[in-house]
Design a protein. Structure first.
Length: 340
């Protein structure tokens, strides 16, 4: 696939970040399926199991495979994902990797919403999809307005970081690399919450090399992370605050159009590089002062919570036990059929 499959967006609210590109397949010169990309390591085996210690129960258990991407369980019969990656098949798989048991496949209700099979939240990139069975557990939505400064965990699928990005002999980050389809998680801190016309509320997190913005599992997004959940720690409780949407890009070492040298990258310092596109033009990021990191963006849950809750109804407490039992029975039936 070519860069034509990416959708550029220039926002006056995000002028320092210049151009926002969707995290989609085809984000680059060939089909790719990257995932969470780390500052400290390029190991393919890093964070491929459930988070522990400070990040335990931070939303990994509510993830599931939706085609080549991820979705997040948000109600007994509903999961949340991103619109821009399109329809990804007829099932949602709560893999043993996530639930700590065995793979459980749920079928999507194709008759939902008058046969559309899903609901798109207007003015956002959020999509709600209904299943025919019942999830035994699901995420709590963050409905406040104080995400900025909170610890966050993000999940996605794919590969490790690619080639070094050097500016005047100094490392500034890593290019996106070919993916492997593996689910991974990483951490960050919400640096900002903003609004983009037509896309609604967005959470922003910078890819920091040091300082108070860097976390122990510092990560950002790459191609293939779309639809994965972003959870924030709200007073000790991890709540779903966003759905992965985009990253900064494209980048180049020059402003020449048509030379094919532009690339996608996770940068802890954009200084000395050009950002933009051949179609919209290139802008040089000054290589002076402190690091100027690239950012990731996630569709904000809190500004869309009412619309989400109007569709993905969570039952009253007295009904939760019955639904949990129904979900457990579904899992048991699946286990009996699984020779493992």
């Amino acid at each position: 696939m070519s860069d034509d499959n990416c959708l550029p967006f220039t926002s006056p609210q995000l002028s320092r970040r210049l151009t926002v590109w969707l995290v989609m397949m085809g984000f680059g010169f060939q089909p790719m399926a990257h995932a969470v990309l780390f500052y400290d390591t390029g190991s393919a085996a890093h964070n491929i199991a459930a988070p522990t210690a400070a990040y335990e129960d931070s939303g990994w258990q509510f993830q599931g495979y939706y085609g080549a991407y991820l979705g997040t369980m948000i109600a007994p019969q509903y999961f949340l994902t991103a619109q821009h990656m399109g329809t990804q098949g007829s099932s949602f798989v709560s893999a043993g990797l996530f639930n700590g048991g065995v793979d459980v496949t749920y079928t999507i209700d194709a008759s939902a919403n008058g046969g559309a099979g899903y609901w798109d939240i207007a003015g956002s990139d959020l999509r709600i999809i209904k299943i025919n069975e019942y999830f035994p557990t699901y995420a709590t939505l963050y409905t406040g307005s104080s995400e900025q400064g909170l610890d966050m965990v993000t999940m996605g699928r794919g590969g490790v970081r690619g080639a070094d990005v050097m500016v005047s002999g100094t490392l500034h980050g890593w290019k996106h690399n070919n993916g492997d389809g593996v689910a991974r998680w990483g951490s960050n801190i919400v640096s900002d919450a903003t609004t983009i016309p037509g896309l609604g509320g967005m959470l922003v997190a910078e890819f920091d090399a040091s300082g108070p913005g860097q976390t122990t599992e510092e990560a950002t997004l790459s191609v293939g992370d779309s639809g994965g959940g972003v959870f924030v720690n709200d007073g000790g409780i991890w709540k779903l605050a966003g759905i992965n949407y985009s990253v900064d890009g494209l980048f180049d070492t020059n402003n020449t159009t048509g030379d094919g040298t532009q690339f996608n990258a996770a940068l802890f310092d954009r200084g000395g590089l050009y950002q933009g596109s051949d179609g919209q033009g290139w802008t040089l990021i000054p290589n002076v002062g402190p690091d100027n990191p690239s950012s990731m963006y996630a569709s904000r849950i809190s500004t869309n919570a009412a619309a989400i809750q109007a569709i993905a109804v969570v039952p009253e407490p007295h009904s939760v036990i019955l639904i949990a039992l129904a979900g457990m029975l579904t899992m048991k039936r699946r286990q009996r059929r699984d020779p493992r």
